[in-house]
Design a protein around this ligand. Sequence first.
Ligand code: M6P
Ligand code: ZN
Length: 195
Amino acid sequence: MLGSSPVLANVIDFSSGALSEVGEVLLRRVSDLVLLFGDKAAAEVLAEGDNPVVYQVFLPPEREPGRPEALLYATTVIYPGKVGDEYFMTKGHFHVEGECPEVYLGTAGRGMLLLMDRHGRAEAVPMQAGTVVYVPPETAHRTVNVGDAPFVFFAVWPEKAGHDYQSIAAHGFSHRILEEHGRPVMVSNPDWRQP
Ligand code: M6P
Ligand code: ZN
């Protein structure tokens, strides 16, 4: 065995995101995300009703815990759904160590990767199975399911990157991805203020 953890290879189910060797599974329901959606009243109604699962993150057993040079990876599945006209999405985050980039690979479904720099300049990158996107340094990233089946992607990032959720919780993203006339569009978020 090389190293301290037995997990060297893993098998991803591309359509569900499940890992054969799993360490932790994070589950995010509408109630965890109410303040992030534009229509908070609609989010409250959903949270107090069925409170559906919006997304799950599958993480392998950590190979090199606490080693800043390590690479971490995960699969994420975002289920189809909307809050008002806003698609189900991840929380989104900057990296605490802002110079750290990340790589995403789509494996199933149809999504958008919403990228935003520190000045609020944003870009929405369409993703499907096979799409690889490089998330640049100092760029917040949030994924959105714009289809009617689960949207699944794989991500790799440096352990030392860390997740900065605070700035998104306080200021949100400068743009949102909404359904208009049956299609996803990126619209500016009037509530966004530059930190
Ligand atoms: C990807 C990676 C993870 C992240 C997950 C969910 O798999 O970027 O680091 O945790 O997406 O995104 P979030 O943490 O913003 O909810
Ligand atoms: Zn990240």
